[in-house]
Design a protein around this ligand. Sequence first.
Ligand SMILES: Cc1ncc(COP(=O)(O)O)c(C=O)c1O
Length: 443
Amino acid sequence: MRRWNRRKLLGMVAMGGGVAAGTALSGRSTWATGTSGSSHQLDPRILTTPPEAGAWVELDGAAIAANLRAVRAAAGGRPVMGVVKANGYGHGLVPMARILTEAGVDALMVITVDEALAIRQAGITTPVLNYGPFDRSAAEDLVLHGIDQAVYTAEAVEGMAAGARRVAARARLQVVLDTGLGRVGVPVAAAAEVLAVAAEVASHAEATITGTATALTEDPDVDRLQLQRYRQICDAARAGGIDVGAQHVASSAAVLDFPESHLDMVRPGIMLYGHYPNDRSLRERPIDLTPVLSLRAKVAYVKTLQRGETIGYHGAWTAERETTVATLPIGHSEGYPTGALMAGGVVNVRGRPCELVGGITSNHLEIRIPEGLTVRVGDVATLIAGGAVARSAALESSAGAAGAARSAREAALPTAPQVGEWTGDGVYGTLMHISPLLPRVIT
Ligand SMILES: Cc1ncc(COP(=O)(O)O)c(C=O)c1O
């Protein structure tokens, strides 16, 4: 029953009752019960206001909608398949799928059957492509829930067709071609054969080929060659009477840099979350994006150490003078990277950067409170800054001399790209490692 209530509230947040995505509701929270089904673990606790204690992820709903508009404009108004794999790039699968749907996204892409079904279980009816593999036993569910399934072998086509026969409905297939990335996809030499098998099951009303995709290497010269190979295969299939469905190849980098690749639909991820796909676009900011996610925690404890006192396992850090230290209830198991400490990372409290000290343990970390700053239990610490404030700090920084020196404001406000630079995880890794268990506050 509690599960049903949770679904109902999630439904209200964005889908129904005239309530706009991101609108504050009652401030009440709901909990995943964790009793059955792997999709449970993908659902975070959804809040409309920060919790009284602990750590949380904050999502800027208006930024998501604005990023989608900016990306669509950069793609010449084409339909957008928003990539929400990897738990919505760490933001939260269902919240991201829901807010993007409300904002008018045309389709969603995930990488597991569980993610695809979690979107459907949440009542979201937007077309979903599962780009990852599937168990044969999942084929019926995929068909019944109208999930587009990526296929790159004849066996996978047959597996989906068998599922379709069992439930007397049509499977939706998207043929993935490997044109040079070397990850997954039908190799160019075998593409005609797999497309022919898909067309054969389509002719028996067991399937529809809803799309044909490839992934680019994001190396401009290779991308051109890949697009050429992709086009040749699709053109040849069409000339042979095969409907290849929607053609899509462009992730964020290609949306910005490779207009010829926009085709029928684009397939961006990182830009919808308000970040740029590479260093050049981060520096130049060719479109206006706002980071969606902030990672925050409330100070759990404050103490004053005397000179020579230590904190952390094995006395990891020693106070050289009387020092105030605050403990935050978040650590590496929640996705805050241990590498941030070695890199001299900071957390923002009351507008000031506070140095990480001691050690980042599974659920805690400590920060040194600079002189002149008073910090109390319950104060909000920002570990990753998002929203308008992060956007404007970043704009200030890129407008600076040769874009090199970061503004004092940006240094005090750690952004996801900055944390990714400290640790070497990059912006993708930094975001995707954030724990799905943290509550999500949607503003
Ligand atoms: C197949 C595929 N398409 C699109 C994307 C989106 O990429 P980006 O986040 O760089 O836009 C990804 C992400 O890794 C992907 O795997």
